[in-house]
Each structure stands twice: as C-alpha cells, then as structure tokens.
Design a protein around this ligand. Structure first.
Ligand code: TYD
Length: 231
C-alpha cells in the first residue's frame, strides 16, 4: 500500500463490496429509503451493509458527536473538513475488512456530501476537497449514487419534525440544521451540479413524493445498475 498517496492496487480495492451512496439535503428521506432498499435487496439474497457518514464505525460515531454538536459553533471549516475525512478513512478501512466484492454497501452520504457542503456550502477550494476525498476513501468511488432532490424548505421542515418527534438519537445533533436557509440552498445547488457533471453515476430522484413511489424508482435504478454491471 502507498500510504503517502492513500492509494492501493486495484486488486485489493476490488475486495470491498459495491458501494451505493445516497445523497441530498437534510430531510430528503435518505435513511428511510436506504432501509427499504436494504430490506428489498436482502430478500433477493444479497448481503447488505447499511452505513452512514459521518459515523458508521465506533471511532466515526465519536467524531460524529463532535461534528454535529450545536455547542461546537466555533469549529473552523478546515477542522470540520478533516473530521469528515477522518470518519471516512475509518469507515473505508472497516468496510474493506468485513465486506467482499459480492456484497452491497448502502451508505447514507459519502464524498459528494463533502463537495456539496464544504465546497458549495462553505466555499473551500474544490481541488483540496477532491484530493482529501481521494485520500480518505482510498480512491474508492461509489458505483452508483442516488440523489434525493427536494426543495430546501420542505426538507428542513421534515428534519425539524423528525427532531421534535425524537427520532434523532442524540439531542446534540442539530448543528447543520441551524444553518441559514441560504446555506442549504447552496448545498442543494451543489448536489444538482454534481449530478449534471456526473450523470452516469449520479441518478437524480424527485424526493417530493410518497415513500413508496420513491422506493420503486430507486429499486428500478439499482436493479438496472446491477444488471448492467453483471453483463
Ligand atoms: P445527519 O444527521 O446524518 O444528517 P442527515 O440525516 O440529513 O443525513 O448529519 C450529517 C450532517 O453532516 C449533514 O448536515 C451533512 C453534513 N456533512 C457534511 O457537511 N460533509 C460531509 O462530508 C458529510 C458526510 C456530511
């Protein structure tokens, strides 16, 4: 392994499961859709790992608490960026240890979130983010990304409702939801830009519909991708 560059040989890289990522603004329904898709694919016989960023590992969950704690308002943008990347490096390490190339990994947020939030939201240089993304993910890219697109007001409204209903595990996880509407607007536009630049990988889905309808479309997209990959 070349630690300096964070890149390993293709042969080793292939040992990890197929990575399917879910992206979108707060409240777009990623978590619900991942769960539904995971259950669907398990019934089809696949071994599925459901995970998320930030988090997904013991170390990552500890970093998550620092990242999302509303008391940490004074966090520097660079500190924030490094913490996301640190979570990612740990997640990739552990996924590679436990998954095989026949498995499917469903990940709630990944490198596109860093581009949308830290580049388009915070304004950090894209080149720096891309390089850190590459190092942290060990060059691993999602095979498919589902972007759940939703207008910002609806998304934030849903996220607030979720917090009130107590579905948020920790009360101290709202730092990003407290950002101004304008910030989330920039993030949404960032995601849409990524989707237009990488339309082969990133599939745009209208999340302003019923859960079942969105699920059916995601199943179609994923099955289409799996068929194509097998042929
Ligand atoms: P989370 O509670 O998981 O949000 P959601 O349920 O909407 O996915 O919080 C993750 C927050 O971290 C979310 O506001 C997006 C942000 N984030 C970044 O800013 N950069 C990143 O690289 C990642 C992975 C997440």
């Amino acid at each position: 392994m070349c630690l300096q560059l964070g890149v390993e040989s293709c042969e080793f890289r292939l040992k990890m499961g197929k990575l399917i990522t879910f992206e979108g603004i707060e409240g777009c329904g990623k978590t619900t859709q991942i769960k539904l898709l995971g259950d669907y694919l398990r019934k089809k016989g696949y071994t599925i790992y459901e995970t998320r960023e930030p988090g997904g590992t013991l170390i990552g969950d500890q970093i998550r608490m620092v990242l999302l704690n509303p008391d940490n308002k004074g966090m520097s943008e660079i500190t924030e960026l490094f913490l996301y990347e640190a979570c990612r490096a740990q997640l990739i390490k552990e996924l590679r240890e436990k998954s095989s190339d026949k498995d499917i990994i469903l990940c709630d947020r990944f490198t596109d979130s860093t581009i949308a939030y830290q580049r388009y939201g915070r304004g950090i240089d894209k080149g720096i983010i891309k390089e850190l993304n590459r190092i942290a993910s060990n060059g691993i890219k999602p095979a498919l990304t589902i972007l759940l697109d939703l207008d910002v007001k609806t998304g934030l409204g849903r996220a607030k409702e979720r917090n009130i209903k107590g579905r948020r595990k920790k009360a101290a996880e709202g730092r990003f939801e407290e950002e101004a509407l304008e910030f989330h607007q920039k993030v949404r536009e960032g995601f849409l830009k990524i989707a237009s630049e990488e339309s082969e990988r990133v599939k745009l889905t209208d999340a302003n519909r019923g859960i079942e309808e969105v699920h059916k479309e995601i199943v179609k997209l994923v099955e289409g991708h799996l068929l194509k990959a097998d042929s």
